[in-house]
Design a protein around this ligand. Structure first.
Ligand code: MEV
Length: 315
């Protein structure tokens, strides 16, 4: 019998990068993400549909048929290994579909990691609580990326809008209403791991960069108040400020600046989401129809998304 898990993607409303250095952040699960089906089989097989054409992977002989798939499958393979260590061997076929392309900045790596862990446990007839799923998912990201905060895996696991606090790590649900918003996908110039390492190198070299991290932390605190008050003008302005601060860390390029500049009259504000250098740009629309029309004309893929109130789970 087929069992299915949906693991939501995640956007960072405020605070990415600074969260790696102990500052708070605000993340939101969205209604686009990763679907993982599991059916019994004579061996462990994983295949993807639509992520890259005709991609097929056998974890047993480590065969990957398609260029560029290695990174995505590193998460899949690591999650499978941890699941196998935790719940024992499983002969099953997993089929993975994603609404969003991998490596865009929508935490598809966290979604696929937590999703595989949840699907494996479900199909093995085991129970996995959210705390354990989030912890194991973070372990997958750490193994594959080298550096990763627990933010993305927590947001995939718990869903909704979360304030992320570090030292010790906590993910506090923020009971707020955020109207649907847009995400635009720009081609990515670098992986999350590479970009996070570049920021770390800059911080090691330039004292001034550490004040940028401090400032992002302050923006997050103020943004929480605006989100709680439902004040979209304030949310948008603080997104713009957060985006310029991320620019000072070298992760926002001209394409993002041009896009936000062009859309300025029709949005409250916007910013990159995730590691940056392209990837996802969030737009909080004032005039959604105009924003859609302009985005269509520009030819970038874009989606209108809503906050997904639940975490990864059976559908
Ligand atoms: C990546 O989605 C978000 C970063 O803050 C890195 C992390 O938190 O691990 C850039």
């Amino acid at each position: 019998m087929k069992k299915s898990i949906f693991a939501p993607g995640v956007v960072k409303l405020f605070g990415e990068h600074a969260v790696v250095y102990g500052k708070p952040a605000i993340a939101a699960a969205i209604d686009k993400g990763v679907y993982i089906d599991c059916v019994s089989s004579d061996r462990l097989v994983v295949e993807t549909v639509g992520i890259t054409t005709g991609l097929r992977f056998s974890p047993l002989d480590r065969r990957v048929e398609a260029f560029g798939a290695e990174k995505f499958f590193a998460y899949v393979e690591t999650a499978l290994r941890l699941a196998q260590e935790r719940w024992g061997d499983l002969a099953a076929k997993f089929t993975i579909r994603s609404d969003l392309p991998p490596s865009a900045g929508a935490a598809t790596s966290a979604a696929v990691s937590v999703g595989i862990l949840k699907a494996y446990a479900l199909c093995a007839g085991a129970d996995v609580g959210d705390e354990e799923a989030a912890k194991l998912g973070h372990k997958v990201e750490l193994e594959v990326q080298g550096i990763a905060s627990p933010m993305d895996t927590a947001a995939v696991t718990y869903g909704g809008v979360l304030k992320i606090l570090t030292n010790p790590f906590r993910a506090e649900p923020l009971k707020i209403q955020l109207p649907p918003f847009y995400i635009v996908l720009l081609p990515r110039l670098g992986t999350t791991g590479e970009i996070v390492k570049d920021v770390r190198a800059l911080l090691g070299k330039r004292k001034s960069a550490t004040w940028v991290i401090e400032a992002i932390g302050k923006v997050v605190e103020e943004a929480e108040g605006c989100l709680r008050a439902g004040d979209l003008e304030c949310v948008g302005e603080l997104m713009d400020i957060n985006n310029w601060l991320l620019g000072a860390l070298g992760v926002v390029d001209g394409r993002v600046v041009d896009l936000l500049g062009m859309l300025k009259p029709f949005i409250y504000g916007g910013k990159i989401s995730g590691a940056g250098r392209g990837g996802i740009v969030i737009l909080i629309p004032k005039e959604g129809d105009v924003v859609s029309r302009i985005l269509k004309g520009l030819g970038y893929p874009y989606y209108k998304v809503s906050v997904y109130p639940k975490g990864a789970g059976e559908v």
